[in-house]
Design a protein around this ligand. Structure first.
Ligand code: UD1
Length: 376
């Protein structure tokens, strides 16, 4: 069977890499990588292919940039033509980015069975573009692979028939388990050499805060960016801050005239977007992580690192209920710093791993697909 595995944006690559390996090991499966081009930079895309051992994409659709609607539409137009020509037996999508939704719609319109890995997650916040992508993708998927218990409950509530739903665990954790040792072998000083600003003196393993921030609700308006600046300023009085800045956040900092203030903040090392191995190294050696990412909430839960997530809700509740994640709805610097001080003062959670976050999720997905499609 020919499987089209769709990747588009940065968080997709580490999810598809273990699936691709598992499909390649399964007799009768052909794994075809289709890159939509939603993320196109060396640092947002190409480096992940090299580090994760993914082959060059078999097909590249070049559908990056533009508004969300333009992005989604460009992927759909290019993928429709490709799918009609190549006739895959299965379209596999991961996560919740615009490419995920676009490929899902094309699959169903072309009559191709659709599998969604990381199904069932819901934040309850429909203002998040990813929440719509999740709901719409799940509503048309034939096979839904779920990473945590909340996903099973959400899909049951939405009336998805049980036989379509499989609780398999977290495929992103497969990549973390597989690459952790390799990441550990990197040197912190080499990573810091690539910095955009700041001084690396005093940055030591186990004694810095690692930060990422890119969600439109936090970084697309001036007030949000000013709050973030203040939070970095206050955090850096406590411990060094390493901030790996996303292109969206950098562009907005420049647009609102805040870039100059950011690069001059004492105690801050500003880093470009990091490769997979570098970021894993930075997480594994940090004291605390501050983020608004989806996946980092899960990775920090696995690594048992305290994580402050700048969001009012999460589609990954097990990271809060079982793991080491704290949600921050109120981003007033005083509130955030009070929570940070509590963590630095020893109030971090011990954390337990959610079920099946064991590095073998992709194997389980491959086995279920083989049972469904190859033994008919
Ligand atoms: C996308 C995902 C988000 C994910 C994030 C991880 C959606 C709706 N959002 O958000 O869920 O957490 O990726 O990074 O799919 N840009 C570049 N180079 C690139 C890619 C983007 O400069 O390689 C810039 C462009 O100006 C682009 C902007 O970043 O317009 C935002 O990119 P986009 O793909 O629209 O969304 P992200 O914010 O990256």
């Amino acid at each position: 069977m020919k499987i089209f595995s769709i990747v588009g944006a940065r968080p997709n690559f580490m999810k598809v890499a273990p699936l691709h390996r598992a499909f390649a090991r399964t007799a009768g499966m052909e794994s075809v990588i289709v890159h939509t081009g939603q993320h196109y930079d060396e640092r947002m895309s190409d480096i992940f292919f090299r580090q994760l051992g993914l082959p060059e994409p078999d097909f590249y659709l070049g559908a990056g940039g533009g508004t969300h609607t333009q992005q989604t539409a460009k992927v759909m137009l290019a993928l429709e033509e490709l799918a009609a020509r190549e006739k895959p037996d299965l379209m596999l999508v991961v996560g919740d980015v615009n490419s995920t939704l676009a490929a899902s719609l094309v699959a169903k319109k072309e009559g191709i069975p659709l599998a969604h890995v990381e199904a069932g997650l819901r934040s309850g916040d429909r203002a998040m573009p990813e929440e719509l992508n999740r709901i719409l993708t799940d509503s048309v998927s034939d096979l839904l692979f779920v990473s945590e218990m909340a996903g099973m409950i959400n899909l049951a509530k939405e009336g998805v028939p049980d036989e379509r739903v499989h609780f398999v665990g977290n495929v992103m954790i497969d990549s973390l388990v597989y690459f952790r040792e390799k990441a550990a072998a990197l040197q912190l000083s080499d990573i810091l050499e690539q910095r955009l600003s700041g001084q690396p003196q005093g940055v030591a393993p186990g004694a810095y805060a690692l930060m990422t921030m890119h969600r439109p609700s936090n970084v697309d308006h001036q007030a949000g960016l000013e709050q973030i600046l203040q939070i970095i300023r206050d955090t850096a009085k406590r411990l060094p801050v390493l901030f790996a800045i996303h292109p969206r956040t950098q562009k907005n900092m420049e647009r609102f005239g805040l870039w100059g203030a950011l690069v001059q903040l004492p105690g801050l090392c500003l880093l470009p977007p990091q490769g997979y191995l570098q970021f894993l190294h930075l997480m594994d050696n940090s004291q605390v992580i501050i983020t608004d990412s989806g996946g980092i909430q899960e990775e920090t839960t696995y690594l048992k690192k305290p994580c402050l997530t700048f969001r009012g809700s999460t589609e990954r509740p097990s990271t809060v209920e079982l793991g080491t994640n704290f949600l921050m709805q109120d981003l007033s610097p005083a509130k955030v710093i009070a929570q940070l001080d509590a963590i630095l003062g020893g109030q971090a959670k011990a954390g337990v791993l959610p079920p099946f976050w064991d590095g073998r999720t992709a194997e389980r997905v491959a086995a279920i697909l083989a049972g469904t499609f190859l033994q008919k």
